[in-house]
Design a protein around this ligand. Sequence first.
Ligand code: CO
Length: 143
Amino acid sequence: MIGRLNHVAIAVPDLAAAAARYRDMLGAVVSQKMDLAEHGVSVVFVDLENTRIELMTPLGSNSPVAGFLARNPGGGTHHLCFEVKDMDAAIEELTQKGARVLGDGKPRIGAHGKPVIFLHPKDFDGVLIELEETGEMATPLSS
Ligand code: CO
């Protein structure tokens, strides 16, 4: 069902400082900051040859990342995102197999303009999983 690892998301307390570390210390290509108001996060994408790193920090007063950063003040790995070709089929199969889709169980439009869902971390060894529908195409880079 799942295809490529689309990105690894890291919650950070200081987005500009984290972006500068990846750009200046690690020599990576880093995108401009994007504010995703409906997701409650500001993000920067680090483009690597085989995947991306999503650096994210809370935006607004009830960000879903705020609680994570309260528990992990220095930041930490927040979720993994895998690509799927058909989101509706993936949701149906996962639900049948007992996995829990977070929220209302319906896809939302994610950072790349594609439908995304999140799966309960208790069903995946403590790791929050994001699925992103990419169809047949590889996702375009965000920058
Ligand atoms: Co993500």
